[in-house]
Design a protein around this ligand. Structure first.
Ligand code: RP5
Length: 165
């Protein structure tokens, strides 16, 4: 059987971001959403980044997740080249622990949005869950899985509360 075409593109600025961003790929796998992972940098490989963003929609990608650290322009540069929803994950790779990448990713001027999530590993997971939510708008099976996921989260909290008493 042929592998499914990717619906979500996970883009990282460096291989050093992979440890954080693999959490996004794991969540998408759990939801059986096909994704691709690409390393390309807004600063070091600007042409490759533009080419990726320009061709993504035509290849069937529906959402792009971009994770980068330091002066993190990756998500914004990708958003400038496509009207696909772009979710930015600020990576905590610098000595400023991600505050720099948070501001660089979230503070887009009006006109070209980047949906920015939490810094680091929680952000990678939330980016994937947000991508699933976007895809679930037109996929009732995926919406059911997302509702089930939330139900399990609530059950885990209830279980911890029970143990505490
Ligand atoms: C950013 O610079 C990357 O997203 C990474 O978080 C950071 C450091 O990259 P390396 O020097 O580890 O390749 O562009």
């Amino acid at each position: 059987m042929a592998a499914k075409d990717p619906l979500v593109g996970i883009v990282v600025g460096s291989d050093s971001d992979l440890d954080v961003m693999k959490g996004a790929a794991e969540i998408l796998k759990d939801f059986d959403v096909a994704c691709e992972m690409v390393i390309t940098s807004a600063h070091r490989t600007p042409e490759k980044t533009a080419e990726y963003a320009n061709s993504a929609a035509g290849r069937g990608i529906r959402v792009v997740i971009a994770g980068a650290g330091y002066a993190a322009h990756l998500a914004g540069v990708i958003a400038s080249q496509t009207i696909l929803p772009v979710i930015g994950v600020p990576i905590n790779s610098s000595s400023l622990a991600g505050l720099d990448s948070l501001l660089a990713t979230v503070q887009m001027p009006a006109g070209v949005p980047v949906a920015t999530v939490t810094i680091g590993k929680a952000g990678a997971k939330n980016a994937a869950l947000l991508a699933v939510g976007i895809l679930a708008l037109t996929d009732e099976g995926l919406a059911d899985k997302l509702r089930e996921y939330r139900k399990k989260l609530a059950e885990k909290v209830a279980e911890k509360d029970r143990k505490l008493r």
